[in-house]
Design a protein around this ligand. Structure first.
Ligand code: SF4
Length: 334
């Protein structure tokens, strides 16, 4: 399968009056063509900063990519100038944000907003641009597209506006679509329709998708692979099956235990405590203060990444043979 994105040892910081926030601390992952990768974690874990870094939308200052590479189709975007990035954004890589109302300009018709990117980046005539806009409206399921191109955002419902935002993101046929909490502002029925739409679009266009979300329900519907982030690091990654059926990191298990389920007999268990201060992140495992299995080594040394299978990787000292023996001995005593 063709690898379209490879993020290596990415570090992003934000300099503030209070000090330097280490928002992303050595993130590594890849994405293949036609694949959907979900990045999940609590607010402030670094998932949106990671996606903004790929788009080079980190405001500098105060933000900065201090280390690492973002290899997109063989080119390192981390080294690109702003001018070069302007030719990539919206053309090769597109982004969908959370709130469709703020993503659309209320003073311009949908047609103008849809064709804006096309006219800027592709050498096509006005009638070709209009034809493409109609095709995109049709692809995202907006009825009577020719007429609706003349309308303004306020004349559409929330779900329809999100469909238009998706159409705008896809109109230049990007290779990569980054969707940052794309369904958070929508009610559940519309949410399901939009997720279904992502799958249909991917089948038809072969676009690769990075989905940023805190909602594991959304992930379960459309992701192929999942990355779990905590305190600026990837603490577990695997296929959807690995993460949902064989989670290994105590934080991933905590996240899954806090998801409401129709068949659940027990009460939801929130993860107690709060993430560490990223002004001075801990040397060892950042989950130590909240982890029920924390050992002496945990807050002193960051765990070695353990490969559980070809698809599944976890950063936790519990995977160390010595910890496994200790746990086994403890369970024999009880
Ligand atoms: Fe818990 Fe230690 Fe594993 Fe961190 S490394 S998750 S503190 S057991």
């Amino acid at each position: 399968m063709e690898r379209i994105l490879e993020v290596n040892d990415l570090h992003v910081t934000f300099t503030t009056y209070g000090g330097t926030v280490q928002a992303v601390r050595g993130v590594n992952f890849h994405l293949d063509r036609g694949e959907t990768l979900a990045i999940v974690g609590e607010s402030g874990c670094g998932k949106s900063v990671t996606s903004n870094a790929i788009m080079r939308l980190i405001p500098d200052p105060p933000g900065k990519i201090t280390k690492g590479s973002i290899i997109f189709k063989g080119q390192d975007l981390a080294a690109y100038s702003e001018k070069k990035m302007r030719n990539i954004r919206g053309v090769d890589i597109s982004m969908i944000f959370q709130d469709p109302m703020t993503a659309l300009n209320p003073t311009l018709t949908i047609g103008t907003q849809l064709m804006e990117g096309l006219k800027e980046h592709k050498k096509i005539t006005g009638s070709q641009a209009k034809q493409k806009a109609i095709e995109m409206m049709d692809l995202v399921g907006i009825p009577n597209p020719e007429e609706r191109l003349k309308q303004y955002p306020h004349q559409f419902s929330g779900g329809m506006r999100q469909r238009i935002v998706i159409a705008i993101a896809l109109i230049c046929d990007p290779d990569l679509l980054i969707a940052d909490e794309p369904t958070t502002a929508l009610d559940v029925t519309i949410q399901a329709q939009i997720l279904e739409l992502f799958s249909t679009i991917q089948e038809r266009t072969g676009v690769s998708i990075i989905l940023i979300t805190h909602d594991l329900g959304v992930v379960a519907k459309i992701a192929d692979r999942i990355i779990v982030m905590y305190a600026g690091k990837i603490i577990e990654s695997g296929s959807k099956r690995d993460i949902f059926y064989r989670p290994e990191h105590p934080y991933t298990k905590g996240l899954l235990n806090s998801v409401p389920r129709l068949d659940a007999k027990e009460e939801l268990k929130p993860i107690a405590g709060t993430p560490p201060d990223l002004f001075s992140p801990p040397k060892g495992c950042p989950f130590t203060a909240r982890c029920p299995f924390a050992m002496e080594v945990c807050d002193k040394v960051y765990p070695v990444s353990e490969k559980i299978s070809d698809s599944h990787q976890v950063d936790c000292w519990l995977q160390d043979e010595r910890a496994k023996q200790l746990m086994a001995a403890k369970s024999l005593q009880t």
